[in-house]
Design a binder for this molecule. Sequence first.
Ligand code: SF4
Length: 595
Amino acid sequence: MSLTKYQQNDLTDQEAAPAIKTARDRLKEREMSMCMFGSGGTCCRVCNMGPCQIIDRVDSMIGVCGATSDTVVAQNFARAIGVGVSRQVEEAREMVKAFLATARGESPYAIHDEQRLTELARHFDIDPTATNKNDLALIVGERLLAEFGNQNDDLALMRVAPEKRRQIWQELGVMPRGLDREVVELMHRTHMGVDQEFANIIRQASRCALADGWGASRLTGWLTDIMFPAPPPDSFREGGLREDEINILVYSQGPLAIEALLTMVDDAEIKPLLDNSRARGINLTAGSIGEQETMLLTGAIEVMVVSGSCIMPSISKIAQSFHTHLVTCSSSLRMAGAELLELVGPKAQDNARTILKMAIAAFPGRGERGSTAGPAGDKKAVAPWAGPIDSSGLTRQIKKGNIRGIAMVIGCDNYRHQNNGHLLMAERLLKNNILVLTNGCAAESLAKNGMLQGDRTKEIVGPKLRSACLDLGLEPILPLGTCIDSSRLLAIAASLLEEGLGNDLADLPLAVTVPAWTSEKIVATGQCLVASGINAFFRELPIAGSSKVANYLQDSCQDEYGARWQIEEDPDKLAHKLIDLIENKRPGLVKTCGK
Ligand code: SF4
């Protein structure tokens, strides 16, 4: 059994299955350019007098209700964040429920990392020594559950953020309260005719985004570390699909679905079925948002399991064209042709067994296409980096200047962009001695281009970064997991501050860059990082329709948070801007830490 990373094969969609259309084909056939109002953020459809298309500073082109471009752009920006955060909050809720079930002995998982559990307990002022690990997990889990519905106090999870940042948030009135509350408040404010002041709308968007990054996503990462030990590094192989193995494609944001399947692979009912099949084993694999159609088109997938988000409605039809079973493991994600088999809660293991049986039974039905498509390389791939972080070593190398800074390259595939922005960005940063963190679809894209196999990066990495990585035993480009794990950058940043590298997060030579994106979650991540003092370099953001909103987010929010958005369509220029920012932070850093 091995957990592998998928590397998209070289087949084009047309070569793979000429009769089936993919997103690339649909985009081409639409023959429409992007809507000016949509891409600028000035299309409003929050009430039934509209939809209204609005033009900045043109009085005759305000909304029927009188809404200006400032209100509408801020509302659209905020709504994207609200939707993105709601996704992460739901994922976090599932994790807490699974954690509580584990503490009660009602799940197949266990409390593996007691040290992480103890750290989490201390953040909530719970005495970790007073009880055994399962009882402690129960107390911590109940406390975490209360964070969702918290009404009055500040979110206790925010205590993991550095003191100075918390003061800034208090002064600006953006300290989050309950995880659910901030999403509801944001949706309420953007109802027709409620909040009309763009700055106030964006303030709530910041609060909601902070609740995600430091709250929901952070706790998901924390509980993942406590319950699921990192798989052995040598279990990660390049090239996702196996010609001679049963391929189960798992698209889930959090770890619960894949972990449920992993617990049943060696089950007494599964083993003999597998032994009697012609397959060499079971291969659980994943892919990026843009790869889901292409991977199905290989005809080499026995079952595709979906949960979470970012599942294209088109895959239902594609799966039906092959022997592939489609399974949704979330009652929130129903789609045509998909059987519901939940992989959380009391039925998780029975359903995982059913899925594995389904995949074994489907394997003989794989057609000729499935036997020829898909690479089967066994080369090792870099395993996701779950820490612990040697923050002292990292700080030492940043102070010495061998690591000039740290940049997180994230974001989704987007068929609208022909060039590979993630690859270009990572190459430029590594050359300039900037340590690269990545996750989710961006990590998939980099893996596809050989950037997570070590050899390729060796040729690119600047000499200083190379020596620092040798010293620290780190790869110069580190995959952190899924898009939920963007919050791990915040943990790393906080640990650098604890090591004395600067007085505030805004002092640090850190940045996030998104050369392409699809999901609204990424907008929430960007705003959380900006509000945390970390600059966000995006290739596009639909805010240009209001000069006031664009100026605020790209310029004057720097005065409040010490960071801002930088939007630049040309990925090469975007990389240069990021490198300049990192280098401009360094003199201040030397002054702060006295070296
Ligand atoms: Fe038009 Fe105002 Fe309704 Fe928006 S809220 S759709 S701008 S009338």
